[in-house]
Write a protein that binds this ligand. Structure first.
Ligand code: BG6
Length: 292
């Protein structure tokens, strides 16, 4: 099991992010993916030097905090903690330091987080999370959640991917037509056609349930289409904060909302996953980006 001080394949390098935090840099035929050990967060995915993921314009690379951008992980609850209070939004996995437990020259890295005294204070269960990041012609992320305790537990989880779209007004999401939708935005679009591809015309914060495995994000402003292919994900959350919510968010400049949208590959609310002792759940996301 390689740790940060052990030998890695030539195409996986230890590095530091702009905040001096430990990260891994994987390279494959000129493409690069950077993964921070903090939160096992994919920070960037570069193809021909172009960022395919989005990062806020005032990013903070701070210890124990997610960067607003890339792919933060959500676990074991989505959004605010169900009991309110002071527990972190979207759970604690994105704030913890993960360990590198495997690397190979595919290139692939596997990071791991297990429960400890600190996590027990927030969530009283024994678990092992593993995130596998594989860089090839596509980027593949696999989150596995193992119940290492002796009681079943229920958890929510998401790969909270921030995508660059150039101009969110022209971006569209395809594949969610007709899916059950729970609107969460404070200032949502008054009326929209649920049978049509999703357009961004107002603050958008929609949980879709029972979603298909294949979604498409079209970003004509960047002449780019991203195909999201999942396994083990019943939910998708589509999010853009529009200007009023942006003003309340960390790491964002006033105009940032125009440049991105999030599509989260997830299992939340009615699709929270219950895992028996000794069992696991796997959620995978494969991203493919094409010129269009
Ligand atoms: C999305 C939620 O998942 O994450 C939004 O649906 C939320 O409501 C957004 O604002 C960002 O959350 P955070 O905690 O990273 O600021």
């Amino acid at each position: 099991m390689p740790r940060m001080d052990q030998r890695l394949p030539a195409n996986v390098r230890r590095d530091q992010d702009p905040g001096g935090r430990d990260m891994l840099r994987l390279e494959h035929e000129g493409d690069v993916v950077e993964v921070a050990l903090c939160g096992a967060q994919v920070l960037r995915w570069l193809r021909d030097g172009t960022d395919l993921l989005w990062t806020a314009s005032q990013p903070k690379y701070a210890a124990g905090q997610p960067v607003r951008g890339g792919v933060p992980l959500v676990f074991p609850w989505f959004g605010d903690h169900p009991d309110g209070g002071k527990l972190p939004a979207h759970g604690f996995a994105r704030n913890q330091t993960w360990q590198l437990v495997h690397a190979n020259d595919t290139p692939e890295v596997v990071l791991e987080l297990v429960d400890d005294d600190a996590t027990h204070k927030m969530w009283p269960h024994a678990f092992r999370l593993r995130l596998s990041v594989v860089l090839g012609a596509k980027l593949r992320l696999g989150l596995s959640i193992e119940n290492t305790g002796d009681q079943p537990f229920s958890c929510e989880q998401a790969l909270h991917t921030y995508f660059s779209v150039g101009d969110v007004h022209t971006a569209t999401v395809h594949g969610l037509e007709g899916a059950t939708c729970i609107e969460q935005a404070s200032e949502p679009e008054a009326k929209w056609d649920r049978k049509q591809p999703l357009h961004f015309r107002a603050e958008t914060d929609r949980i879709f349930q029972g979603v298909p495995d294949r979604l498409e994000l079209r970003a004509p402003a960047l002449a780019r289409t991203v195909v999201l292919q999942t396994t083990g994900a019943q939910s998708a959350i589509v999010w853009n904060p529009w200007p009023n919510k942006t003003a309340k968010l960390s790491q964002m400049a006033a105009e940032d909302w125009q440049q991105f949208c999030c599509i989260e590959s997830a299992n939340v609310r009615a699709h929270a996953v219950t895992i028996a002792p000794g069992e696991s759940h796997a959620l995978t996301l494969r991203l493919d980006c094409r010129a269009s």
